[in-house]
Design a protein around this ligand. Sequence first.
Ligand code: PMV
Length: 321
Amino acid sequence: MPAVSASAPGKVILFGEHAVVYGQPAIAAPVTGVNVRVIVQANPLQPAGSIEIESPALSFHATRAELPEQHPLNTLFQQIEQYLRISRLPAMKIRINSTLPAGAGMGSSAAVSVALIRAISRYLGFPLENEQVNQIAYEVEKAFHGTPSGIDNTVITYQMPIFFVRNQPPQLIHLKEPLTLVIANAGEAPSTAQMVAGVRLRWQQYPQRYEQLFQRIGAIVQSARQILEFGSWQQLAPLMEENHRLLQEIGVSSPALDKLVEVSLRCGAYGAKLTGGGGGGNIICLIQPEEAEQVSQQLLNHGALHTWLTTLIPTEEGNQQ
Ligand code: PMV
């Protein structure tokens, strides 16, 4: 069998992180400038079921037999076997290449899952539909992260901006205009699971206050959706600032994130906010494309460890790579 490959992009959450865990909507978009690429090929000298996975980019090399039972990759292989109703995957050699930073809130684990599920199912001659890819990737995300909302695997599977409510089918957002963002990394963050657990503790302590904060974020997400579909991108700026303030109140920002938000606004960004789990990690800034270089440079001068530029382009459907 010839080698088969599949790719998956990164992602950013534009609005609604954390509140999404409590049933509020959120909006996320793919970041196509970074991706995970998986290549699957036969390993004819090995017995059925023997799978070798290697990824210099992720500093990972193992065989399926060596993986602990609870390992997310084991969940992934078992789920594919279940979906395709096969008792054992054939012997394969899998290579995972990635330009997506791990642990930076850009959806690295979900991108690895989606690219793997696509590549393996294509290799077997039974390419899975988006809905199935997404379901399997969600099971794997749970093995990775505990109780994720499912927004990462969904936006990465569909490769389109999405309006997402937990446990509901995603609604694709058709952008009216392109949107240019600089993503800047403020340094290491606690795991998303830790950040989500912290919010849960505070929510249990002050339920009314937190419910109110989540609802205010939900209202921002609804307005942002209208603007993305029917308005002009500059109108998103005050919503980003308001969303960031509410995330500060929820206790998931950090001095480093706040500083980068402030620097970007001072240097010409229209709006900025933290994105993802917070506590560190990334901010996103909304910018005029001509300002991108300049804003990136200023962010780097003021402590950002890395920046990425991404433009979301209006498209009818996501490109499956
Ligand atoms: O750090 P990220 O991008 O994986 O963000 C997770 C988003 C949260 O809302 C904080 C958690 C979730 O599962 O939705």
